[in-house]
Design a protein around this ligand. Structure first.
Ligand code: PLP
Length: 486
């Protein structure tokens, strides 16, 4: 049975429910399973089931202290009536060009729904199991997608409240509407006068300054540093594999490549866990946009965050410090080196792993990057040739997959992970199709008119919903705001 340790202190050993409750380890490290051997199984035990059945097997492996009966109940609750596809994460065949795993059929049309439908249930049960009396206040800074998925996931979940801070003027109109129309009585979305980094720095400060902002209230986080957000993502790698076999695209047992549009390295890290469980994976291709810090790292072993930050048309991948990479470092480089590298990153903004460590990482991971222009041209081309519409994040991954397969002349089947509905990024999608753009509202209608692709339920009607959250505050007022809201 596995326990959880901190990537920076393997003596700090706790149960999975405690790790989910804590979010991040007190030493600044991330929680990981202490023993990868113990998560191994015959992958057929997973792929022989439907999505919920797969989730139950995977969660039981990673969260053994919950017990099978509780996991059954939590999985059912997490995926009941929330996703517009019975498969939860359906696989699409794009002509004879490749496969796309659509992760965006949840309530806010982004892949974060898969995990944020689950985390609140895991967290409230963890609270019960550990006899934790405090109410949990989730604080999140968002550049767009995480905010709406977290507001939706935690909406009216007993024992929790959630406050999302977003940069005033720094998110799209659609993204803003998704947040300010959040209806749960325990939800709050607040704009801050600053950019995303200001919001994120502000939230990190609050965790240090007021971990208990009021008597009986404790802060927690909904981002992918929490192991409770990572594990639900392991499931869809198995779901993709099963669908490839069912389609006859591969023989059972064949290895598969996955290409993952990457930001914080959470999604692709879930793929690594799937592989360690025993799923036949050949390569995990880490796709980046112009912010190619991971591409350089996977090529040279040199991580260097001291570089220009670019705003791209795939904003959820605009990131210079990919937190979840620390989890991979622990398994490859060991605790001592992980601590050293993370210290160097904090102090000097860079670190270099050893040639042996790099070789081991490269035996699984490939890093590739694509520009906005390459992504945009892929959207247009694949739509025109195959009548398949991708969003701006998926198209970066698709471009990287094309680069990889032409260079490697690989006969291995590849699955591109699709992390958002094209309707979340209508303006960029219309431009890629060489169509005129207007307001978000008109763009959504035009996107629908041009492509006939159905508007996801969570986005349809968004412009008519009542607005519940209108606060705009100074960065310096975040602390008072949180305390007042408790
Ligand atoms: C969050 C997000 C990503 C990046 O996922 P990570 O787990 O942070 O690597 C990619 N695409 C979209 C649309 C996202 O919302």
């Amino acid at each position: 049975m596995i326990n959880y340790i901190s990537t920076r202190n393997s003596n700090h050993k706790i149960t999975s429910s405690k790790a989910i409750l804590n979010g991040q380890a007190p030493d600044g490290g991330l929680y990981i399973p202490d023993n990868l051997e113990a998560i191994k199984l015959d992958y057929h035990e997973v792929t022989s089931k439907d999505f919920r059945g797969m989730a139950k097997v995977v969660w039981n492996k990673f969260f053994p202290d919950y017990g099978e009966a509780v996991i059954d109940e939590l999985v059912e609750k997490s995926y009941k009536d929330k996703f517009s596809s019975d498969a939860i994460t359906p696989l699409a065949k794009v002509g004879d060009k490749g496969y796309v795993l659509e992760l965006y059929h949840g309530p806010t049309a982004a892949f974060k729904d898969v995990a944020l439908s689950a985390l609140p249930n895991l967290l409230t049960k963890a609270r019960e199991m550990n006899d934790f009396k405090d109410e949990i206040l989730i604080l999140t800074a968002t550049s767009g997608d995480t905010g709406s998925a977290a507001l939706c996931g935690f909406s009216d979940v007993p024992g929790t409240k959630i406050i999302v801070f977003y940069p005033d003027g720094g998110v799209s109109e659609t993204q803003k509407l998704q947040m300010v129309t959040a209806a749960g009585a325990n939800t709050c979305a607040c704009a801050i006068k600053g950019n995303f980094d200001d919001a994120q720095t502000g939230v990190k400060k609050l965790f240090k300054e007021i971990p208990q902002p009021a008597a009986g209230v404790s802060l927690s986080s909904a981002n992918s540093i929490n192991i409770g957000r990572l594990v639900p993502q392991v499931v869809y790698y198995f779901a993709a594999y099963k669908q490839l076999v069912d389609l006859g695209a591969i023989a059972d047992g064949d290895k598969v490549d996955f290409t993952v549009p990457t930001g914080n390295f959470g999604d692709i890290m879930a793929g690594y866990f799937a592989m360690k469980m025993g799923l036949p994976v050949n390569k995990l291709i880490c796709a980046s946009n112009k912010n190619d810090v991971l591409t350089e790292f996977l090529e040279t072993g040199h991580y260097d965050r001291k570089r220009t930050f670019y705003k791209t048309t795939s904003p959820s991948m605009d990131i210079l410090v990919s937190s979840n990479l620390e989890r991979l470092l622990y398994y490859i480089c060991g605790e001592e080196h992980t601590v050293k590298y993370m210290k160097e990153l904090a102090e000097n903004g860079e670190y270099q792993i050893t040639p042996a460590e790099l070789a081991e990482i490269q035996s699984v991971f490939v890093g590739l990057a694509a520009s906005d222009e390459e992504g945009s041209s892929a959207i247009g081309r694949i739509y025109n040739e195959e009548n398949y519409l991708m969003d701006t994040h998926t198209s970066i991954a698709w471009s990287c997959y094309e680069k990889y397969s032409s260079a490697a002349s690989s006969s291995v089947a590849n699955v591109v992970l699709s992390t958002a509905s094209p309707y979340k990024f209508c303006a960029s999608v219309l431009k890629a199709l060489e169509l005129p753009t207007a307001s978000d509202r008109e763009n959504m209608a035009k996107c629908h008119e041009a492509t006939g692709a159905p508007i996801p339920g969570g986005l349809a009607g968004i412009f008519e919903r009542p607005i519940h959250h209108t606060d705009v505050i100074e960065i310096s007022d975040m602390k008072d705001y949180v305390i007042k809201r408790c």
